[in-house]
Ligand binder design. Structure first.
Ligand SMILES: Cc1cc2nc3c(=O)[nH]c(=O)nc-3n(C[C@H](O)[C@H](O)[C@H](O)COP(=O)(O)OP(=O)(O)OC[C@H]3O[C@@H](n4cnc5c(N)ncnc54)[C@H](O)[C@@H]3O)c2cc1C
Length: 465
């Protein structure tokens, strides 16, 4: 279907992006053959580190002419295989387009190139008293372009929403090579279809994002964290639903079950308070008035204690708060450390039903004789479900994973949820798409993709079954 990348094409790419920005030898391109999805590899034929929108445009014109697939890539920290070039061809990385172009304090907006690391963007705006809330746990590694393309979320979504709620303007390069500016420094915009939102979360299948304008909010003056251990797993899960029913919505409400805490301790070589607890809830609250934040904190602690929590540990200063979050941020790595072969899903359900989802995961683990560790953003209904191979024989593992995956999805769907809240469909979930979307929706989405990319040269093999 696609043509191979010939030495003549590599030469043309060098003329577009410069000799040093085109990688061709196997050793150099190896790290672009995977993202953070366990066990998914496909080597590109060539890697191009673009430094400008014009280069991206020229690259697309060449790729169209030669019928070569192009896979956009930020930092390769995705968990769906979205940046894996499953059809070979060109990997187009934005790692060198990594400048913050403007922090506009009058309009509360930041404009940045896609390769800026999300954590660096956070620090830059916080230095001037502003706040960009979306905070994927991978924020010190992933790029803001990758966040826009995958519609990334994070713990603070409970109060502040996800990347989608902050993207106001984009510069994109269409697969035709045309450079387009859409949206702008506008909080409101009712002019025609909302192409900014269409691009956000499109997993690099409609265009390459080359510049991003994001809305900012004032940095809250007070932030407090609360770590709450429970002896009973289900009591912790029920507390989340109860808090939501009581209209208590902190900034973050994270759930960590016992095995995830122990795995994080093993990785970090540090202990977490009450590490014998069946589950921990981790809360963050913020605001501008210390009394108001304290009052909300009291309510959260009260509800937790009424549900049988053993304690409610409060952290107000930055070093203590960072310590509380350290284990949470490392859980994904810790699970890989526990069992390098594992399978990750991030289903999402209406948040009041989160306790039923967590209960269902335990039942599944028992029924199929596999270890399942659940943790994540319980406050917004999004749980990371990890199935661990541990010492299961390969044959049993290969047989059980698709069955358990189907069961996880079916339970989430039966609760009114869907397949993924953050990580996207990419390669790994595409065969399951028809479980969640009917044929008409999938056909409409395919038609939208075809309008942008009729020749399917941009990130082929993603999203659609
Ligand atoms: C330990 C860990 C924790 C994580 N925690 C979270 C979390 O809390 N919340 C969350 O949402 N995700 C999380 N993730 C997943 C991941 O970090 C996010 O999906 C992130 O947005 C990926 O960014 P990236 O720069 O690595 O993108 P990549 O993996 O490089 O790419 C992701 C997708 O975006 C496309 N893409 C990248 N750049 C562009 C561009 N400029 N234009 C068009 N398309 C582009 C790619 O083709 C691909 O489809 C986590 C991952 C890990 C490993």
């Amino acid at each position: 279907m696609y043509n191979p990348v010939t030495p003549a094409i590599v030469e043309s790419l060098r003329q577009i992006a410069g000799q040093a920005n085109v990688l061709f030898d196997a050793g150099a391109i190896d790290r672009y053959s995977h993202d953070e999805t366990v066990g998914l590899y496909h080597s590109p034929e060539v890697v191009v580190k673009a430094t400008s929108s014009q280069q991206v445009s020229d690259l697309f014109r060449l790729a169209q002419r030669e019928c070569i697939p192009v896979t956009p890539r930020g930092a390769g920290y995705g968990l769906s295989g979205g940046a894996v070039p499953v059809h070979g061809g060109i990997v187009l990385t934005t790692e060198k387009m990594n400048r913050i172009l403007e922090i506009d304090r009058q309009n509360l907006m930041i404009t940045a190139q896609p390769g800026v690391i999300t954590g660096e963007l956070h620090r830059a705006v916080e230095a001037v008293g502003l706040f960009y809330p979306p905070d994927p746990a991978s924020l010190d590694s992933c790029t803001i372009g990758g966040n826009v393309a995958s519609g990334a979320g994070g713990p603070r979504a409970v109060k502040y929403g996800t990347t989608r709620d902050y993207v106001c303007g984009l510069e994109v390069v269409l697969p035709s090579g045309e450079i387009l500016r859409i949206g702008g420094k506008l909080v409101k915009n009712a002019t025609g279809y909302n192409l900014v939102q269409l691009m956000t979360g499109s997993e690099g299948t409609l265009a390459v994002v080359t510049e991003i304008t994001l809305r900012l909010v004032p940095l809250p003056a007070v932030q407090v964290d609360l770590l709450v251990p429970f002896d009973d797993f289900q009591a912790a899960a029920d507390t989340v639903s109860d808090l939501i029913a009581h209209r208590v919505l902190p900034t973050c409400m994270e759930f960590m079950e016992h095995d995830s805490i122990v795995a994080a301790e093993r990785l970090l070589q540090k202990t977490v308070p009450y590490d014998d607890a069946a589950a921990h809830l981790l809360f963050q609250l913020d605001g501008n008035l210390p009394q108001a934040v304290d009052a909300e904190m009291e309510t959260v602690a009260d509800v937790c204690l009424r549900h049988g929590a053993r304690d409610a540990l409060v952290a107000k200063d930055r070093p203590t708060r960072d310590r509380l979050w350290e284990a949470r941020r490392k859980i994904m790595d810790a699970i890989n450390n526990e069992s390098p072969v594992n399978h990750k899903e991030d289903v999402v359900v209406p948040r009041a039903t989160i306790h039923l989802l967590l209960k269902g995961m335990r039942e599944l683990a028992q029924r199929y004789g596999v270890r399942i560790i659940s943790f994540g953003h319980a406050g917004d209904g999004n749980v990371h479900v990890n199935v661990l191979r541990d010492s299961l024989p390969d044959e049993r593992w290969q047989a059980v994973v698709p069955v358990v995956t189907q069961e996880i999805f079916r339970l989430a769907l039966s609760l009114g949820g869907t397949l993924t809240g953050e990580h996207g469909i990419g390669v790994t979930r595409r065969s399951y798409l028809p479980l969640a979307l009917d044929a008409t929706q999938i056909a409409l989405m395919r038609q939208i993709r075809d309008v942008f990319d009729p020749n399917h040269i941009l990130n082929p093999g993603k999203i659609f079954p």
